[in-house]
Design a binder for this molecule. Structure first.
Ligand SMILES: *Cc1c(COP(=O)(O)O)cnc(C)c1O
Length: 394
C-alpha cells in the first residue's frame, strides 16, 4: 500500500492477468471450469471469486474493490450495482427482525425510505435522532440495538456527525457502526480512522465522477464483507462489467477531481455568502457553518457540496426566487445526482415532493428556497459569473 493518489491508480493490478496496461472489460457471465476439480470447488464457494460466475465476482470488480478498500483503509470491499444496493445489502447483512437501528433524521432520500418503509415492514425498529446531538445517540440505544447508521456530511443540509464519538460509542456498546461516506469521498474523510466499522458509498457520485455509471461499494472487515457478499448473492445487484470498468477509469483521477471541487466550492460558497440574493449558505468549509470546527477535525477537505437558501420575504417568495435562479443558470444543470465533473443543481423541496410529506421535509430541514449544489471542476470564474447573472434576474 502506498499513498492514496498512487493506490487509486495501482491497487489490484494483479486481477488483470493480460498484458494490456488498462484492464480489459470482462464482458462474460461465466468462466471455464478448471480441469482440477478441487480448484473449481474453491471457485464456486470462495468469497468474491473473480472467475466463477458474475454474481459471485468479476476481475474488474475485484480490482475496484481492492482500490476502495485501500482508500478507505479497511481490510476488504464489495462493489455492487448502485449505492442503494450497497446500503440495503450492508444493512441486511447486519440486522434481522426484532433488532433495532439508530439512524439520523436526515439521510439520502433513498436511504430514508429504506429505513422507514422497508425495515419497518420486515420487523426492524428504527429510532431517528438529530445527528448534531451526540447525547441523542446515547439516549436512543436499546438492548436490541444492532446498528448505528450515519451519514456525514448529510444530504442535503450538510450537517456533520461526530465520527470519533460514534466510533467510540459503537465500540463501547458492541454495536456495529456504518457511515455513508458518499458526499465526502475517501479523499476528504476516512471514517475507519475514527473507529467506524463499515463505510458505504454511492460510487455513482465522486468515485465514478463522470455521471456515466451507477455503482455502490461496501468497505469493512473481511468478515463483514463476507457476510455482505453472501447477502448480495441472493439480493442479486451485481455491478455490470462495463460499469465496473468505467468506475476503474474514474477512480484514477479521483484525487485531482476532488481537490479541484473542494477549491471551487470554497470560492463559490464565499461568493454566495456575501450576495444579498442569498439568505444563507451551508458549507462545511465556511467559518459560519455551525459545525465548522468539528468538520476541520475529521475532514481533510470540505467537498464540492453546498446548500443555499435563496432570500425572500416569505417561503412562497423564496420558492419563486429559487425557480428563477434555476431557470437562468446556464452552466449549472438542473439534474439529480452529484459528484461529477460538471456542476449540477437541484431544488430538494420539489424533487422530493412525491416521496416525503411536508412534515417529513420539515424534520429533515428542507426549506422551500433551498438549492443543493454539486460544484464541478469547471473554471471557477465562469461558475461565479453564471450565478451572478442568474441572481441579477430576480
Ligand atoms: C446518490 C446517493 C445514494 C444512492 O446511490 P445510487 O447509486 O443512486 O443508488 C446514497 N447516498 C448518498 C449520500 C447519495 O448521494
Amino acid at each position: 500500500m502506498s499513498r492514496l493518489e498512487t493506490d487509486s491508480i495501482h491497487m489490484g493490478k494483479e486481477y488483470n492477468r493480460t498484458n494490456a496496461v488498462v484492464t480489459p472489460i470482462f464482458q462474460t457471465s461465466t468462466y471455464l471450469a478448471s480441469d482440477n476439480l478441487d480448484e473449481y470447488i474453491i471457485a464456486a464457494s470462495e468469497t468474491k471469486h473473480p472467475e466463477f460466475y458474475h454474481r459471485h465476482g468479476n476481475p474488474t470488480n475485484s480490482q475496484v474493490a481492492s482500490i476502495l478498500a485501500s482508500l478507505e483503509k479497511t481490510e476488504d470491499a464489495l462493489v455492487l450495482a448502485t449505492g442503494m444496493a450497497a446500503i440495503s445489502t450492508a444493512v441486511l447483512a447486519t440486522v434481522k427482525a426484532g433488532d433495532h437501528v439508530v439512524a439520523q433524521q436526515s439521510h439520502y432520500s433513498g436511504a430514508s425510505l429504506f429505513l422507514k418503509e422497508f425495515l419497518t415492514d420486515y420487523g426492524v425498529q428504527v429510532t431517528y435522532v438529530d445527528q448534531t446531538d451526540n447525547d441523542a445517540f446515547i439516549k436512543a440505544i436499546r438492548t436490541n440495538t444492532k446498528l448505528i447508521y450515519i451519514e456525514t456530511p448529510s444530504n442535503p443540509n450538510l450537517d456533520i456527525t461526530d465520527l470519533s464519538f460514534i466510533g467510540r460509542l459503537g465500540k463501547e456498546k458492541g454495536i456495529l457502526t456504518m457511515v455513508d461516506n458518499t458526499f465526502a469521498s475517501p479523499i476528504n474523510q476516512t471514517p475507519s480512522e475514527f473507529g467506524i466499522d463499515v463505510i458505504v458509498h454511492s460510487a455513482t457520485k465522486y468515485l465514478g465522477g463522470h455521471s456515466d455509471l451507477t455503482a455502490g461499494a461496501i468497505c469493512g472487515s473481511k468478515g463483514f464483507i463476507h457476510s455482505a457478499w453472501r447477502r448480495s448473492l441472493v439480493l442479486g445487484a451485481s455491478l455490470s462489467p462495463f460499469d465496473s470498468w468505467l468506475l476503474l477509469r474514474g477512480l484514477k483521477t479521483l484525487s485531482i477531481r476532488v481537490k479541484q471541487v473542494n477549491e471551487n466550492a470554497q470560492l463559490l460558497a464565499e461568493w454566495l455568502e456575501q450576495s444579498h440574493y442569498i439568505k444563507s449558505v451551508a458549507y462545511a468549509g465556511l467559518p459560519s457553518h455551525p459545525q465548522h470546527e468539528l468538520a476541520k477535525r475529521q475532514m481533510k477537505g470540505f467537498t464540492g457540496m453546498l446548500c443555499i437558501e435563496v432570500a425572500g420575504a416569505t417561503e412562497e417568495e423564496q420558492y419563486k426566487h429559487a425557480q428563477i435562479i434555476l431557470k437562468n443558470l446556464k452552466i449549472f444543470a438542473n439534474a439529480a445526482s452529484l459528484g461529477g465533473v460538471e456542476s449540477l443543481i437541484v431544488h430538494p423541496a420539489s424533487m422530493w415532493g412525491g416521496h416525503h410529506s411536508s412534515e417529513q421535509k420539515k424534520v429533515a430541514g428542507i426549506n422551500q428556497g433551498m438549492l443543493r449544489i454539486s460544484v464541478g471542476i469547471e473554471n471557477i470564474e465562469d461558475l461565479i459569473q453564471d450565478f451572478s447573472q442568474a441572481c441579477e434576474k430576480l
